[in-house]
Design a protein around this ligand. Structure first.
Ligand SMILES: *Cc1c(COP(=O)(O)O)cnc(C)c1O
Length: 410
């Protein structure tokens, strides 16, 4: 099925947490016992029906799952080719897919007897989801956020504080997501006994990339069932498309289909102003090279000396300078294809979705939609595309207004 002796893409990673040459556990000796403990506890929880029963109960009654699989009829007709379905994860509580994973990690933290949850956040979406679930369970919550992002994302900072979280502005480095993640890792080592580190994407040392993927895989599992209900028993999507920051919503959609060779898989990175020499983009696969960051080996945006570069994108949720190691592996083995979309293209898709479907998408999935707009017209009408609408656009209306030159004071 797979190339180079891999007989199942769904079985990754190996025991060391490696996806081919990517992933792994590049952490200090002080962190190692915490990581191994977490791994043992997760391995146990993963096969415990009670753990999943608790997840499903909260997914249903707190998050609002399953999210609909929606046939976008007007968009399909407008593009005049493939039949387009949107997986409506923007309808989840807190407005994006992040909460799928946060619930899993916090239920695990409670089982481990942890009372203090720490998290890193860039745009603030993962911080809000974590603060939300901590409020629900009465857990102390500390969110590390780059000082620069604290300024740029004031509404989410306020949301987190309303929900009872402490937001710590990080001034080290450039004061962005990468630095926030470094500080969260440092906090974890210093506060071992009571603290659980809740990571927001398929990054970090093993077992995080696999664990976060497992929690997000509910997206793809639901798609499998829902598409069969709507299109007939056994009908699989022909193409899957999702936006990639660190890659968690994409892995969640892709993973249940990795061993179905008829399913084309496409990840869409943020091309910013274009994947160019000036590096004004966040396309780690299209414009980066392998290196080690935050405990794993993967493709990273870096300069000639290996210094990590800041990404650039209109969408704050996509500007992580790396990508989950499983994506790096799917890229190099050829199982998935990765493309990039510019800010301008994403803005066009954003407007089209509002006008044709009455759905205001987040800027992140607008990148995925922009790629759908490119390929759908070239495909036959019986070709089914499923795109993950991983977040709603309320948080982005001011950014969009600014770019379109719209006066918000009217
Ligand atoms: C955080 C976020 C992303 C990027 O994270 P992934 O781990 O790549 O999914 C994408 N879309 C939305 C709406 C987000 O909030």
């Amino acid at each position: 099925m797979a190339e180079d002796g891999i007989n199942s893409f769904m079985n990754g990673p190996d025991e060391q947490g490696r996806f081919g040459i990517f992933g792994g556990r590049f952490v200090s000796e002080t962190l190692m016992p915490l990581i191994l403990d977490l791994q043992a506890r997760y391995d146990h929880a993963k096969t415990d029906p009670d753990f999943w029963a608790e997840m499903h109960d909260l997914w249903t009654h707190y998050v609002g799952r399953p999210s609909p699989l929606y046939h976008a009829e007007r968009l399909t007709a407008h593009l005049g080719g493939a039949k387009i379905y949107l997986k409506r994860d923007e309808l989840n509580h807190t407005g994006a897919h992040k909460i799928n994973n946060v619930l899993g990690q916090i239920i695990l933290a409670r089982r481990m007897g942890k009372t203090r949850i720490i998290a890193e956040t860039g745009a603030g979406q993962h911080g809000v989801a974590t603060a939300t679930v901590c409020a629900k369970f009465g857990l102390k919550c500390v969110v590390y956020m780059g000082a620069h992002d604290v300024e740029r994302q004031a509404p989410n900072v306020f949301r987190m504080r309303l929900l009872g979280a402490e937001v710590v502005p990080v001034t080290s480095g450039r004061g962005t997501l990468k630095d926030a993640m470094n500080d969260a890792l440092r906090d974890w080592v210093t506060n071992v006994a009571d603290t659980f580190y809740c990571i927001g994407t398929v990054a970090g040392p093993h077992p995080y990339p696999a664990m976060v993927r497992d929690f997000q895989s509910i997206i793809g599992k639901e798609v499998r069932t829902q598409l069969a209900e709507q299109e007939g028993e056994g009908r699989l999507p022909d193409t899957l498309v999702a936006a990639i920051g660190g890659g968690s919503n994409a892995m969640g959609l892709f993973h249940p289909f990795l061993d179905d060779p008829s399913v084309n898989i496409i990840g869409v990175e943020a091309g910013g102003k274009g994947v160019n020499e000036q590096m004004e983009h966040c396309a780690s696969l299209s414009g980066g090279r392998p290196g080690v960051l935050h405990g794993n080996r993967t493709y990273l945006l870096q300069d000639e000396d290996g210094q990590i570069l800041e990404g650039f994108s209109i969408s704050a949720g996509l500007d992580y300078p790396g990508i989950g190691p499983e994506h790096a592996w799917l890229h190099d083995t050829g199982r998935a294809q990765y493309v990039s979309i510019t800010d301008v293209e994403a803005l066009e898709a954003f407007q089209l979705c509002c006008a044709l479907e009455g759905i205001i998408p987040a800027l992140e999935p607008s990148h995925a939609l922009a790629h759908v707009m490119k390929i759908a017209p070239t495909l036959p009408q019986d070709h089914i595309i499923v795109m993950n609408m991983c977040g709603r656009g309320d948080k982005d209306i001011f950014t969009v207004a600014k770019h379109l030159g719209f006066d918000m004071k009217i």
